[in-house]
Ligand binder design. Structure first.
Ligand code: ADP
Ligand code: MG
Length: 235
């Protein structure tokens, strides 16, 4: 099973942000979408999430054609940059939000929130406000919130972006462990070569609206598909 993107084209006016992109992201793996700024990574992630629609092409998730499904029906959790964290709600309520709007029973919500906060090591911060957390803790809260509805797929746009080096390292290790523990298919966007090479099982190199190469870190290093991949990894 996999996430299959087939022939996806996305234009903004005359500008082609994604040009006939086809790629298969294997289930159960931790995949990085890697490439320079402006290459189309976030656009592709948004189309997989159902937050934006393609002009042409299809998206299927775990064998189900999701092309015309709204985001809420795709069974994906996502953490996007600047994606709303509810500032006036406690950490626990932020995590509970997705379950509450789905009208899950109160006891079930409480138990699930407790379990998730334990998973992301924020149990002792349940009653704080997001503003009382560090950057790394806030990212972990966002992850717990995305996982609350038990998605099959977790999508993260530059999850380490705004953090300082030490916290970024912690969160990377932690995302790796989380992925291994809960075993959801995880796809994250990064423009940082080292980050992709260190964290991901599989890397999709995206540049100028096209997929340049798909491979494991070793494959990319040993047999770069073209000059672009070679020089980008060498930077
Ligand atoms: P990346 O995430 O790889 O940095 P994006 O997917 O955000 O790249 O953007 C790809 C290109 O599409 C960029 O040139 C960006 O300016 C353009 N773009 C993205 N979203 C929009 C939009 N809503 N309207 C116009 N142009 C956009
Ligand atoms: Mg982006």
């Amino acid at each position: 099973m996999s996430i299959d993107v087939t022939g996806v084209t996305k234009k903004f006016g005359d500008f082609v942000a994604l040009d006939d992109v086809s790629v298969s992201l294997p289930t159960g793996q931790l995949t990085a979408l890697l490439g320079p700024s402006g290459g189309g990574k976030s656009t592709l992630l948004r189309i997989i999430a159902g937050l934006d629609s393609a002009d042409r092409g299809r998206v299927s998730i775990e064998g189900v054609d999701a092309t015309n499904l709204p985001a809420q029906k795709r069974n994906v959790g996502f953490v996007f940059q600047h994606y709303a964290v509810f500032k006036h709600m406690t950490v626990a309520r932020n995590v509970a939000f997705g379950l509450e709007i789905r009208k899950r029973p109160k006891e079930e919500v409480a138990a699930r929130v407790e379990e998730l906060l334990k998973l992301v090591h924020l149990s002792q911060f349940a009653h704080r406000l997001p503003s009382q957390l560090s950057g790394g803790q806030r990212q972990r809260m966002a992850l717990a919130r995305a996982l609350a509805v038990e998605p099959k797929v977790l999508l993260l746009d530059e999850p380490f972006g705004a953090l300082d080096a030490k916290v970024r390292k912690e969160l990377r290790d932690w995302l790796r462990r989380l992925h291994d523990e809960v075993a959801v298919t995880t796809v994250f966007v990064t423009h940082d070569q080292e980050e992709a090479l260190e964290v991901a099982d599989e890397i999709v190199v995206i540049n100028d609206g096209r997929v340049e190469q798909v491979g494991t870190p070793d494959e990319l290093y040993d047999t770069p598909a073209n000059d672009f991949v070679m020089s980008f990894l060498g930077e």
